[in-house]
Design a protein around this ligand. Structure first.
Ligand SMILES: [Fe+2]
Length: 511
């Protein structure tokens, strides 16, 4: 069946719209496979996701295979494995004759394998393996290069949604790139309207280099943002609403403009999307119609990104409030958790943690002593040594940190906060508490937290003594290497200290 380009574009746009609205993985996976499978007329379509525990691919949804169990494919096996290894899409006819065809993983019982499209899926930011798409048996005997584009685009969309912890505007940007594949234009941009300042902030530009925020009252984009109505300008120079300052500064010649507002669910203007200078001929009603369709998707991506940003802000203010409540309990150790967090993050970055992992550790560090909220004042604020009973009482705080934090719903990258925070007094040799975990049982981030915690406690002033100088503190830490602390973490602490020897919490050597 011949599918017109316009029809295909609408279907691709539909995939984008659906994917950008779905946040649950199972639904998202089903959606991708169903839509892509039927769009490309595949007999079977399967989505494989990387399972980090099995270090293998696990089929998570197979269209046309209802009720069948998921299958596990070793990472480098079969044709999807080959696509992942080669980091490129495989588009095959007679796939069962391919040298890497593996009957155990590539064949479907009762279905002779003919054409096959295997698309690897990687995380957008760091290229990690996420999984792969497999589509088999197009009725024409082959998948076309356009089919390949559609499947690649869906895979990229899926990867984005799967890894979208980030509050970046990347999804918005890619929608515009998508548009560029269908209408050839000279210059295009998505602008977000800052309601407070009334400024249209350029989020993404295609084909141009102007990153200067535009004032919403200027130019066609400003009019569209103000009125909330789309505009098509076929001769910019003769339109009094056109603002020529950009052209004057850059030498660019704006001939035609297509500009569409982005409304949120309450019908308020979030921003605008604008394309300039159609390469062949003039913009027409069909182009405007397309841009309106794209705007429908961009606005969802933009709203999601803005919500994600708000959620992130809300989360950090919650963490700050919790940290302040621990400080209020015991003003003499106030700031301990913040300094521990700073040191732990410093160590993590020396150990080449990703920014995301370092952030997880930072939050766990800020909250690690939260369980002290359940320790009696008489013990918590006691000056001098604790007796055995008091010591047992104060030891409870680690388990309490875990138990209280476990009641908070930490989403996505912060999911391990309770576990890491609750394990900060465990020692490599199993002599720590609350569980007496041994080396390999202790989360690595908790091991970092433990070193940072002890180091901060040794160097900071306490109720009953002033902090130790750096060299003495490091001698004590060194003495714990092997049975309490991991040597590479202590080494990373030393490296970090070289970078910031005069931090407020870290005393320089006293003469
Ligand atoms: Fe503690």
């Amino acid at each position: 069946m011949v599918i017109s380009a316009d029809h295909r574009l609408r279907q691709v746009l539909e995939i984008h719209r659906l994917i950008s609205q779905e946040r649950r993985l199972d639904k998202l996976a089903a959606l991708v496979m169903e839509t892509v499978g039927s769009l490309l007329e595949a007999d079977r379509s399967t989505l494989f996701l990387f399972d980090s525990e099995l270090i293998a691919l696990r089929s998570c949804f197979a269209q046309g295979m209802d009720g069948q169990k998921s299958i596990v494919v070793p990472l480098r096996m079969g044709l999807v494995g080959t696509a992942l290894l080669q980091r490129q899409t495989l588009n095959l006819v007679n796939a069962s004759r391919h040298p890497y065809f593996n009957a155990d993983f590539d064949s479907v019982p009762g279905v002779p394998l003919d054409s096959l499209l295997a698309v690897p899926i990687f995380k957008a930011d760091d290229g990690q393996v996420l999984g792969g798409l497999k589509l088999i048996n197009n009725p024409s005997g082959r998948f076309t290069p356009e089919d390949e584009l559609v499947a690649n685009d869906a895979a990229r969309q899926f990867a984005e949604c799967l890894g979208s912890n980030s509050v970046e505007i990347v999804p918005v940007i890619q929608k515009l790139d998508l548009l560029h594949n269908w209408i050839e234009f000279g210059h295009g941009a998505v602008f977000r309207l800052d309601q407070g300042s009334g400024v249209l902030q350029a989020l993404h530009l295609e084909g141009g280099a102007n990153q200067t925020p535009l004032n919403m009252r200027l130019g066609i984009a400003g009019v569209v943002a103000l009125t909330g109505k789309a505009l098509m300008v076929v001769d910019a120079a003769s339109d009094p609403r056109f603002d020529a300052s950009f052209d004057r500064e850059t030498g660019y010649v704006t001939r035609q403009i297509l500009c569409v507002p982005l409304h949120d669910s309450r019908d308020e203007v979030l921003g605008v999307i604008q394309v300039i200078n159609k390469i062949r001929g003039s913009f027409d009603a069909g182009d405007l119609d397309l841009l309106v369709s794209v705007a429908g998707i961009v606005k969802v991506a933009l709203e999601n990104a803005m919500h994600a940003k708000e959620e992130e802000l809300q989360f950090h203010s919650l963490v700050d409030a919790l940290a302040a409540s621990i400080d209020a309990r015991d003003p003499l150790t106030a700031g301990h958790s913040r300094r521990v967090a700073q040191i732990a993050k410093g160590i993590a970055l020396q150990l080449k943690f990703t920014e995301q992992d370092a952030e997880l550790l930072e939050v766990a560090a800020i909250l690690h002593d939260y369980g002290k909220i359940g320790v009696n004042d008489a013990v918590l604020k006691k000056e001098g040594r604790l007796d055995a009973v008091e010591y047992e009482h104060i030891k409870r705080h680690a388990q309490l940190s875990h138990d209280i934090l476990d009641k908070i719903h930490f989403a996505r990258k912060y999911r391990s906060v309770p576990l890491i925070a609750g394990s900060h007094h465990e020692n490599l040799d199993g002599s720590g508490y609350p569980l007496g975990l041994k080396s390999h049982e202790i989360p690595f981030m908790a091991k970092i937290l433990s070193v940072a915690d002890v180091f901060e406690a040794l160097t900071a002033d306490r109720h009953y003594r002033s902090g130790l100088p750096l060299t003495m503190a490091m001698e004590i830490i060194d003495a714990g290497i092997g049975h309490k602390f991991e040597s590479r973490i202590v080494a990373a602490l030393r490296e970090y200290l070289k970078l910031c020897p005069f931090e407020r919490s870290i005393r320089p050597v006293e003469n």
